[in-house]
Design a binder for this molecule. Structure first.
Ligand code: ADP
Ligand code: MG
Length: 562
C-alpha cells in the first residue's frame, strides 16, 4: 500500500512556521519587515511579557484592500514577486509569502488593515479563519498575535524567559532601526517604552537613540565606493569598543545581514587601534545592484549570498583603515584624554622605546630573581617612570604597570575577604550604555552584588549608580563599569568566584591611573612602598614588567671601570 501523502495546507504552514518563526523575535522580524515593505514611516511594536503573551505591530503603511486582507494568509501568497526573474531582483525584505500563513497557523491572530479605501478586520485562530468584516481603522496595518505556539507544546517548552525574549527583540529592533533611520520605531513591553527612534533619516540621531550619546559623539562619517558597491554610514572611534561582534552592523540595501567575511573585514580595518578580543561599533549600509545578491538562501533571510564578496571585503577594510588614519595617529590614542585609554592602545609600539627597553632587559637577565627590600625614591622621568634605587641597583619603574600591580593585589584581597566598603557619591554616576544592556539591569545587579554595586535605570540607555566601592577612587570608573557590565553579560567567565575575583581586579587595573599623569613625590613614594609589599611586584597583572633594574656592577662595566 502506498504511504506517501501530500500534506494538507495547515500542516504545511505549521512546518514552515518552525523555520520562519521559531521565537517571538522571529514573529516580530517578519511583521516589522512587512511594515517596512509597506513603506511605513512609523512602526510600533507592543509586547506583553517579552512577546510570549502578545505581539502587536502597528504601521502607517500602504495597508491592504479587502481582497488582499484574506489573500495574504494563503500559502506563498505575496504581492512582492510574480515572475521567475523577480527572484533575482528582490527590492523588498519579504518575498516568500510564508510569514503570515505560518504565524497564523501557530497563534491567534487579529488584523486590522486599511488601504485608505477599504477597512477590514480578519481573525484567524490556529489556521482557521474565524472572522472577516469591515471595521473602522486608519490607513495602515495592525497585526496582533497571541497564544504563540500554545498548540505546539514542544516549541513552547523551548521558549526562554520573557526578559530573554525581550532582549533578543530589542537587539533585533535596534538593528532594524539603524538600517532604516528614515522610519520612526517604538517598542513597548508591558506598556513601558523600551526603544524609540525619531525617523528623521539622520543616522547619528538614530545611533544616539540606540547606543547612547557617548557613542553618537564618537561617530565618524564613512563613505566609499567602487564600480559595484557604494558603502556609507558611520564608524565609531576605536576609543569605544565592545567585547562582542554584535555591534558591527552591516546592511545590504538596508537589509540586516550576517556575513562572517564582511564582519572580519571591518575588524581588520580597526586592527591597529584595538586590542585582540575587543570589537568596534560600526553601522554601514552597502548599496549594490540587486542582481548581485541572492536573498533566497535561508527562510529567515539573515544570510545572503553575495557575488564579489571578497572585493567588497577589501573595499571596506581599506577604507576603514584610511578613514581612521585620517582621524587619528595611532599614538594619539595613547595620550589623548581618553577614558578608554588602555583599551585602545595601538599595538605597534614606538620602535625606539622598544629597542631601549629591550637592551636594558637583556642586561638584566641574571638579576631577575632578586627581592626588593626598600626603594629610595630618586625622581620622576617624563611623567611615565619613577627612578629609584636600593643599595646596589638603579630601578626604572613603569608607573602605570606598578599601579596596576598594586591595585590588582589590593582588590583581590578585598573581594576575597568580602571587605568591600562603599561610599555614597555626592553626584551619582551616569553610565551611557545601550537599550539592550539597560534592559538586563536585574541580571547585572545580581552578578555584581559581590562587589556591592547596585545600578538603577536612569533612561532607556543610561544606568545610574549612587554608591561605589572605595577602590573606585583611583580608577576611571566609567571605563571600568562599562567593561565590567560587558563581562557580566557575556556570561563567559563570571560564574566562579575565583575567576570573578581575578577578572574584576584585572579590569579595575585596566582602568587605573593614566600613563602620562604626573605623580607627586608623595604619591610616587607611596606607590614604591606599596609595590615592595606586593606578592609579585615584577609584573603587572597583564604580564608586562613593572620595572627594569641595572646593578652597580653593570654600571661599573658600562663605564669601562671593570
Ligand atoms: P511576503 O512578505 O514574503 O510577501 P508575507 O506572508 O509576510 O509574505 O505577507 C504576505 C503579503 O501580505 C505581502 O506580500 C503583502 O502584500 C501583504 N502584507 C503583509 N503585511 C503587510 C503590511 N503590514 N502592510 C501591507 N501589506 C502587508
Ligand atoms: Mg513578509
Amino acid at each position: 500500500m502506498s504511504k506517501i501523502k501530500v500534506l494538507n495546507e495547515h500542516l504545511k504552514n505549521m512546518i514552515a512556521a518552525g523555520e520562519v518563526v521559531e521565537r517571538p523575535a522571529g514573529v516580530v522580524k517578519e511583521l516589522v519587515e512587512n511594515s517596512i515593505d509597506a513603506d511605513s514611516h512609523k512602526i510600533e511594536v507592543h509586547l506583553q511579557n517579552g512577546g510570549l503573551d502578545t505581539i502587536e505591530v502597528r504601521d502607517d503603511g500602504c495597508g491592504m484592500d479587502k481582497k488582499d486582507a484574506t489573500a495574504a494568509f494563503g500559502r506563498h501568497a505575496t504581492s512582492k514577486i510574480e515572475f521567475d526573474q523577480d527572484l533575482w531582483n528582490i527590492h523588498t525584505m519579504g518575498f516568500r509569502g510564508e510569514a503570515l500563513p505560518s504565524i497564523a497557523s501557530v497563534s491567534k491572530l487579529e488584523m486590522y488593515t486599511s488601504d485608505g479605501i477599504d477597512q477590514t478586520k480578519v481573525v484567524i485562530e490556529y489556521g482557521q479563519i474565524k472572522e472577516v468584516k469591515p471595521v473602522g481603522c486608519n490607513q495602515g496595518t495592525t497585526i496582533k498575535v497571541q497564544g504563540l505556539f500554545y498548540k505546539t507544546p514542544a516549541r513552547l517548552k523551548h521558549l526562554k524567559s520573557a526578559n530573554n525574549e525581550l532582549t533578543t527583540i530589542i537587539d533585533l529592533l535596534s538593528k532594524l532601526a539603524l538600517a532604516h533611520p528614515d522610519i520612526a520605531f517604538k517598542l513597548f513591553d508591558n506598556d513601558k517604552l523600551k526603544l524609540q527612534t525619531n525617523g528623521s533619516n539622520n543616522l547619528k540621531e538614530t545611533i544616539m537613540s540606540i547606543y547612547g550619546l557617548e557613542t553618537a559623539k564618537k561617530a565618524i562619517d564613512f563613505k566609499c565606493n567602487d564600480f559595484d558597491f557604494e558603502v556609507d554610514g558611520c564608524i565609531i572611534s576605536p576609543v569605544i569598543t565592545r567585547s562582542s561582534k554584535q555591534y558591527i552592523n552591516i546592511f545590504i540595501n538596508s537589509r540586516v545581514i550576517k556575513s562572517f567575511l564582511l564582519t572580519n573585514s571591518v575588524i581588520d580595518g580597526y586592527k591597529q587601534y584595538i586590542m585582540d578580543n575587543r570589537y568596534p561599533i560600526v553601522i554601514i549600509n552597502i548599496k549594490a545592484d540587486y542582481q548581485l545578491i541572492d536573498v533566497n538562501v535561508h527562510p529567515s533571510k539573515w544570510e545572503v549570498r553575495l557575488s564579489k564578496e571578497r572585493q567588497l571585503a577589501s573595499l571596506i577594510k581599506d577604507n576603514i583603515e584610511k578613514t581612521l588614519a585620517k582621524a587619528y595617529h595611532p599614538s594619539d590614542l595613547l595620550l589623548k584624554d581618553n577614558p578608554l585609554n588602555e583599551n585602545s592602545l595601538p599595538k605597534k609600539q614606538n620602535e625606539k622605546t622598544q629597542i631601549v627597553q629591550q637592551t636594558l632587559l637583556d642586561r638584566d637577565d641574571k638579576e631577575e630573581e632578586k627581592i626588593i627590600d626598600r626603594f629610595v625614591y630618586l625622581c620622576q622621568y617624563h611623567g611615565k617612570y619613577i627612578l629609584a634605587s636600593d643599595e646596589d641597583n638603579l630601578y626604572i619603574i613603569d608607573q602605570h604597570a606598578a599601579q596596576e600591580r598594586c591595585m590588582y593585589e589590593d582588590i583581590q584581597k578585598q573581594i576575597e575577604n568580602k571587605e568591600i566598603k562603599t561610599q555614597l557619591l555626592l553626584v551619582p554616576l551616569l553610565i551611557e550604555s545601550t537599550i539592550s544592556t539597560v534592559n538586563r539591569i536585574d541580571e547585572i545587579n545580581e552578578k555584581l552584588s559581590c562587589i556591592n554595586l547596585n545600578f538603577e535605570q536612569f533612561s532607556s540607555t543610561t544606568l545610574l549608580l549612587r554608591e561605589v566601592p572605595y577602590f573606585f577612587e583611583n580608577i576611571d570608573e566609567i571605563d571600568f563599569l562599562n567593561h565590567l557590565i560587558e563581562e557580566v553579560l557575556s556570561d563567559k567567565s563570571m560564574s566562579v568566584l575565583e575567576i570573578r575575583k581575578e577578572k574584576i581586579a584585572s579590569l579595575a587595573c585596566h582602568s587605573s591611573v593614566r600613563f602620562n599623569h604626573y605623580l607627586s613625590v608623595e604619591e610616587s613614594k607611596k606607590l614604591l612602598a606599596r609595590l615592595s609589599n606586593c606578592k609579585q611586584p615584577f609584573n603587572c597583572p597583564h604580564g608586562r614588567p613593572t620595572m627594569i633594574s641595572i646593578s652597580d656592577k653593570q654600571l661599573f662595566k658600562e663605564f669601562k671601570r671593570g
